[in-house]
Structures are given as C-alpha cells and as structure tokens.
Ligand binder design. Structure first.
Ligand code: SAH
Length: 341
C-alpha cells in the first residue's frame, strides 16, 4: 500500500493522475502536510470533496500514537515510545541543544547487531522500518512536541545501514524542498560499521555526517563488546570511515562509549592516540548508560576526564559528551525494553 509519508511530490503526482485527480493538487497536499501540519484529508479544505474521498481510501495518513513518554528533569530531552500501525513500537528522542532541536530516529524495530552494551537488540530483530515510518516519527514529534526541527540523527534503535534502501530514500525525501527541506549537513547517520555499506554511502553524492560506533581501540576489545567486529575488522572499519571522509569531505565522528574496566585503560588511550593524533576525525567519548544485565558500568567522572585529557594532550580531537537523558532511559532501546518486560 502507498503511504503519504513515503513518497515524493513527483510520485504523488503520478498517483493523483492515475486516480483522475489534477496533478497540481500535489502542491497543495504537500503544503498541508509538511508546511501546515495538517494530517487529515477532511481538513484539506482547498481540495474538492470528491478528491478528498478518493484520497482517504488511496492514501490513509497515519501518525503513530504515543505509547509512552518521558521528559528529563531538565526538560531538555523528550522521549516518545511510538506505536506503529502493526502494533510494534519504536523510540524517538528529542534533544534540545543551543543550536536547535535534534531528533534521534529509529531505523528498525529491534536490531540484529547485538552489541553487548545496547538494549536495542535484547529482544532480537523484528523488522525494518519503512520510509514512511521514519518520516512519521518526525511528524509525530511535530504533532506531540515541537515543530522546530534543526537536525536529524539516525541513532535510535536499529542499524541504519542494514536498512539501506529505505534509509537513503527517507533521507532524500526529507531533504526535498517540498517536504522538510533539511540540509544533508543537518543529518547524521550512525553505524556500527557495516563496511561495504559505508563505501556505498560514500558514492551517493550526499554530504551526510557519518558517525561510526568504534567503542574500542583494537579488534580484541571490540570483538568482546561488538559481535559485528567478527565480520568487519577494526582496520577495515577505520579505513572505510577515512574513505568516506575523502569522498564526501565530511568529517567523520567516531563514537566511543566509556566502559569501566573495559576500554579506558592507559593502553587504550595510547592506542587511540596513535591512530587519531592530529587526524581529521572527531572522537566523541560517551560515558555508557549502565547496563546492569551484562555488568557494564560507567566510569567515574574523574576517570572519564582523565581519558579525555590524555587524548587531547596527544593531539586527538576528542570531546566528552554532556550527559543527556540518562535519567529517562533515553539510551537506545531502554524504554521499549521496559515496556515490553
Ligand atoms: N546501530 C547504529 C545506530 C544506533 S546506536 C550504531 O551502532 O551506531 C546509537 C549509538 O548509541 C551508538 O554509538 C551506540 O553504540 C550507542 N549506545 C548503545 N547503547 C548504549 C549505552 N548503553 N550507553 C551509551 N551509548 C550506547
């Protein structure tokens, strides 16, 4: 079935013509949906009544319902658990930054990658999200939280590069002038390091920000916490990120969660410094959200600062992420797991 949030204006025009509706109505419909936040055919009063009746049957509009909602104490992070049409739920998080609002989207229901520290894969992989379900997460935010969107990050549940075609079509769709008109530079895709897909992405000709979840300074430690490292080794992941930078000119961010007794030793810091000293990459250190089930814990603030200071002294472009949302279970998959258990 067609879905209004999955299609471009050109595709809508084709559907309209086939249904005997004038092509220019597509302009009005897209204006209602993307510029005026009107998501009911009945309210699109500029359309003739008979066209509205046809469209109701042809292109139902569905904005996910809120199954749960959490707001952090400082009100800067709002997390919605959204119910999709088939009853599955996904998490979407709004983060308020100085530069504007950023929405963190899910790309799949569940996840197959199974990183030890991450809650998303706990109940396994369920299915890919459609293009429209990704757009609808943004629309849900507009409806329930705020219309002011500055940037989008694909860092919620799922591995976006394992849902490649839908994710790319979604990104292209929200970039269009008639839709959300989001600049590619305001869109970030985070991956656990699906190497062939990173090379493919580098050839798309779109300057997305790429974040790569590295989380370790070498293969030995990475394999312990990220099973995907058995398929794509450490060097090939770093090389793919480097190629992405060369092809697109977009600086790559390596995400590095700080886990007590796992990846924050002096030896780890030194290996990272050897790799990234005076290189054109950003190393984003993120204290882990504790995962009691698997016994992975956040280091003390002093330990995290020490790790950061060492790297900076060695000339690594590193930052330590300001905590957001940890008191509302905003780490990937945590809210969905809570509701399902
Ligand atoms: N699959 C993609 C995107 C989703 S995960 C990826 O792996 O990048 C988004 C980010 O959240 C990743 O960097 C992931 O490693 C991180 N993350 C997952 N669980 C976390 C936790 N418990 N604490 C902190 N970060 C976590």
């Amino acid at each position: 079935m067609n879905d209004i949030f999955s299609i471009t204006k050109g595709q809508l025009q084709d559907i309209l013509v086939e249904a005997g509706i004038k092509k220019f109505r597509a302009d009005q419909i897209f204006h209602y949906i993307y510029k005026e936040n009107i998501w009911s055919w009945n309210e699109m009063v500029l359309l003739p009544k008979k066209d509205r009746e046809i469209l109701k049957g042809l292109l139902p509009i569905y904005i996910p319902e809120v199954a749960d909602r959490q707001v952090s104490e400082d009100k800067e992070t709002v997390k919605l658990l959204l119910r999709l049409q088939d009853g599955q739920t996904v998490e979407t998080v709004l983060m308020k930054h100085d530069y504007g609002n950023s929405v963190c989207l899910s790309s799949q229901v569940g996840c197959a990658v199974n990183c030890a520290f991450c809650a998303s894969a706990k109940n396994g992989f369920v299915r890919n999200l459609t293009i429209g379900e990704m757009t609808a997460q943004l629309m849900a935010f507009r409806k329930y939280v705020t219309s002011e969107l500055h940037s989008v990050v694909l860092m919620g549940t799922g591995e976006p590069l394992l849902n490649y075609d839908n994710v790319l079509a979604f990104i292209r769709l929200i970039h269009e002038k008639d839709t959300l008109y989001l600049g590619y530079r305001n869109i970030t895709l985070s991956t656990s390091g699906i190497v062939p897909a990173v090379y493919r992405l580098a050839e798309e000709g779109i300057p997305l920000n790429l974040a790569v979840s590295l989380h370790a300074p070498n293969d030995r430690i990475r394999k312990k916490i990220m099973p995907i490292a058995e398929r794509f080794d450490f060097d090939s992941v770093v090389q793919a990120a480097q190629t992405y930078f060369e092809k697109t000119g977009r600086k790559v961010t390596f995400e590095y969660i700080l886990i007590k007794d796992v990846n924050i030793s002096d030896a780890c810091a030194s290996q990272l410094a050897q790799l990234f000293s005076h290189k054109n990459v950003l190393l984003n250190l993120i204290p882990i959200n504790d995962n009691y089930d698997v016994g992975l814990y956040r280091p003390s603030a002093t330990e995290s600062e020490r790790f950061l200071t060492y790297l900076k002294r060695k000339g690594v472009n590193a930052t330590l992420r300001r905590e957001m949302g940890s008191n509302i279970q905003a780490a990937c998959g945590q809210l969905r797991i809570k509701r399902n258990s």
